[in-house]
Design a protein around this ligand. Structure first.
Ligand code: ATP
Ligand code: MG
Length: 352
């Protein structure tokens, strides 16, 4: 192994099925880092899922299915420590301690919180979970997730960049007040992806209901891609570059999303061929959609097959969750105990 072994941490909420934004923004990096031999902790963020619910949801079943999808994508519960956030409950204790050094003003500037606040103010009386203490404190819990395993690196999509920066701030403040206790993680790369939704919205998201999913079958893939809005004529491209970063921001959002996916999934010549058609303003959207749908279905087929493999059963998932909870618990408790000691309340007397 050429790279130095680092500690990696990342999580996904069990709020629906894994989609292409999750895959290329996060899971794809999880697999790469796992195969490079790093110490990887990947968790299902079931506590975080509670920030947006208004009634009981069967998160347990959703967690199991999401983990079967993880395995189907190539994550290996022997190489990586894959666990459930709620199986490491001392994360909540660390969040409580970190909350003591976190300013409310800092949390109020969080984008997730601000988005929810602006939706509520623009539609007063609308359905949904009102602004909760849990939602405001979401970045503190995320900081606890990251700091508890002493992560060096946090592979997340661009939408989570601000939360990682908040974690760095919270840890620095803790260390400044109470002495060097927490490891500061590295910031998220500026090149992190934010895949737009099938509706052309700025972000594909489970809660946005605008996703293309890894478990979508051929018929569903074609139907979803055909429904993407492409009635706008191509806008002129003010660049000779073929790079997606240069051309996609100049396209209508939903068309840009189709090109982004084509670039991620199809051979380069196919992407360049369709980019040429775009520049020449040929009639090509129908063909672009069927070609992309074929590539998406070919990508999904082996994942669907491995998802349904009888060995990838709920019992198998429960077994590895139990084993991995045992592996992560001493790591988490060591951090919490160090923080208790640093703050001055001393070690837990019942855990020893
Ligand atoms: P929810 O709507 O419930 O918040 P989500 O689709 O945003 O779900 P998360 O579980 O919040 O998914 O995020 C899991 C990981 O996937 C994070 O690392 C996040 O940055 C990444 N991710 C989510 N959506 C996208 C996207 N559209 N593009 C790139 N990365 C994404
Ligand atoms: Mg999200």
């Amino acid at each position: 192994m050429s790279e130095k072994q680092e500690i990696i941490l990342s999580g996904i909420r069990p709020t629906g099925r894994l989609h292409y934004g999750n895959y290329f923004g996060a899971v794809h990096h999880f697999i790469h880092l796992q195969e490079a031999g790093h110490r990887c902790y990947y968790f299902i963020a079931d506590y975080h899922a509670l920030t947006t619910i208004t009634e009981r949801v069967d998160f347990y079943r959703q967690t199991i299915d999401m983990l079967r999808t993880y395995v189907a994508c190539g994550l290996d519960p022997v190489k990586s420590v894959i666990y459930r956030q709620s199986d490491l409950p001392c994360t909540a204790e660390l969040a409580l301690l970190l909350g003591m050094v976190t300013n409310i003003g800092h949390l109020e500037r969080g984008t997730t919180y601000k988005d929810k606040l602006s939706k509520l103010t623009s539609k007063p009386g609308s359905e949904g979970n009102p602004l909760s203490y849990g939602l405001l404190g979401y970045p503190v819990l995320m900081a606890a997730d990251i700091l508890i395993v002493r992560a060096d690196k946090v592979p997340v999509g661009d939408d989570q960049r601000q939360h990682v920066e908040m974690t760095m701030d919270i840890a620095q403040k803790f260390n400044h007040r109470f002495g060097e206790t927490l490891k500061i993680p590295r910031a998220t790369s500026r090149k992190a992806l934010r895949l737009p939704g099938l509706d052309g919205g700025a972000k594909m998201g489970k809660s946005e209901h605008n996703t293309l999913d890894l478990l979508d079958d051929e018929k569903t893939v074609l139907k979803k891609i055909k429904a993407v809005q492409t009635s706008t004529d191509p806008l002129p491209l003010d660049t000779d570059s073929d790079l997606p970063e240069a051309v996609i921001p100049q396209m209508p959002p939903s068309v840009g999303m189709l090109y982004r996916l084509l670039n991620l999934l199809a051979p380069e010549d196919v992407y360049l061929d369709f980019l040429g058609k775009y520049r020449r303003k040929e009639k090509f959207y129908g063909m672009l959609k069927t070609t992309l749908a074929q590539h998406v279905s070919a990508f999904n087929a082996p994942i669907i097959e491995r998802f349904n493999d009888p060995e990838n059963s709920p019992e198998y998932v429960e077994d590895f969750l139990r084993e991995n909870a045992k592996k992560v618990t001493p790591v988490g408790l060591a951090t919490v105990e160090a923080c208790r000691e640093a703050i001055g309340i001393g070690h837990s007397l019942y855990r020893a």
